[in-house]
Design a binder for this molecule. Structure first.
Ligand code: SF4
Length: 371
């Protein structure tokens, strides 16, 4: 398959690995920002190909992981007490809130439905004109365009019983937060290629200049990741800090202008709360006042009370301070079938990735483990 098969070529991946070994002289901590990259690194056994001096740490780019408990609690309250039809992508249903998850809510009689697109909610709203239909709109810059288009489509069709429970996050402010924290030691970043496909590359340049840190926009296949790591190491070893684009087959400087215009029209930047990390000005997106009729937070007058678990190390893991195996619950009382925190739930969560590829499948002959 074009753009996939050639980026899984074992010989090319091993050639990049040898190159990384040759050029690495110092210890470097490199953060892959996106949980999808974390899973690919573990799934294909790429971390085992790297020199010991390359320490990969896992970033905050998993939307399920950064969504605060109070968002889940609000979604559950809408389905249970406000009798709304609560629609969500499937990966949010197992994320624990303070009173169980959305599966528990459904078992208690809440009308919780899995959809494959926010546009599906518009059909549900038309079929149920006397009910309110709420979509749990969680995500980064990658999912914001589809959420924006659902709002614009609802406006065009005159659908009034549809709204979004928005919990949107922006990557660049998260990188600034990580670099400003004295506890974190990140020498370079693999930025998430799909986010940059939407937003372009340029918003990372001020971060490179201000913090003098290499950022390489990187894809998700094994060769993408090895090339991205090699490009970061080349910069670090030569004491340079540049913005580079490994994922040129998808990312252009200006991003996807149509998608960016949809985001700009419907959303504006807000102070956002990140699970385990805290609240930061300008780190999220909320609906503009012109679209407040589609804003479930405003429509239902929802007030939130932050209730974070103190035993889950999700915040430290997403800041690159700790790794999943540093958590005393990892693989014991916290497992995918009994998650204590969001990083063990999500298909992009770092804890779930370590459990799946390092604990569950110890054998290196596991079919997905090697390129
Ligand atoms: S192993 Fe579980 S409790 Fe520990 S950080 Fe990961 S999700 Fe949280």
């Amino acid at each position: 398959m074009k753009y996939t098969t050639e980026f899984r070529d074992r010989e090319l991946v091993e050639k990049e690995a040898r190159h990384i070994h040759e050029i690495t002289h110092q210890t470097w901590r490199i953060m892959e920002v996106c949980g999808g990259q974390t899973h690919a690194l573990l799934r294909y056994g790429l971390m085992d190909l790297l020199p010991e001096k390359i320490k990969l740490v896992h970033g905050p780019g998993c939307p399920v992981c950064v969504t605060p408990v109070e968002v889940l609690d609000s979604a559950i309250d809408l389905a249970e007490n406000k009798k709304a039809i609560l629609c969500s992508f499937g990966d949010m249903l197992k994320v624990p809130g303070s009173r169980g998850n959305l599966f528990d809510c459904r078992a208690r009689g809440g009308d919780v439905r899995v959809v494959y697109s926010p546009l599906d909610c518009l059909s549900i709203a038309k079929q149920n004109p006397t009910r309110e239909v709420v979509f749990l709109a969680v995500g980064f810059e990658t999912t914001a365009p589809a959420h924006a288009l659902a709002v614009l489509q609802a406006e065009t069709l005159g659908i009034k019983n549809f709204s979004l429970l928005v919990s949107h996050y922006l990557v660049p402010p998260a990188l600034r937060l990580i670099l400003s924290n004295p506890k974190t030691q990140v020498d370079g970043f693999l930025a998430a290629g799909h986010v940059c496909t939407i937003m372009g590359a340029e918003e990372y340049r001020p971060i490179v200049d201000e913090f003098h840190v290499p950022i390489v926009i990187t894809g998700f296949e094994p060769l993408d990741l090895m090339q991205g790591i090699r490009m970061v190491v080349e910069q670090l070893e030569s004491e340079t800090a540049k913005l580079q684009n490994q994922y040129t087959r998808s990312v252009v400087d200006s991003g996807n202008l149509v998608a960016r215009q949809a985001i700009e029209k419907v959303f504006h930047s807000i102070r956002q709360s990140w699970r385990g990390l805290g609240e930061y000005e300008g780190s999220g997106l909320g609906l503009r006042s012109e679209y407040s009729q589609y804003d479930a937070w405003a429509k239902f007058g929802i007030r939130v009370h932050q209730q974070e678990s103190t035993s889950c190390l999700a915040g430290d893991i997403m800041m690159g301070i700790k790794r999943p195996q540093d958590c005393s619950h990892f693989g014991k009382d916290c497992r995918p079938d009994h998650p204590m925190g969001a990083p063990m739930v999500s298909s992009e969560g770092a804890c779930a990735a370590y459990f799946k590829y390092r604990v569950d499948n110890q054998s290196s002959s596991h079919p997905e483990k090697r390129v």
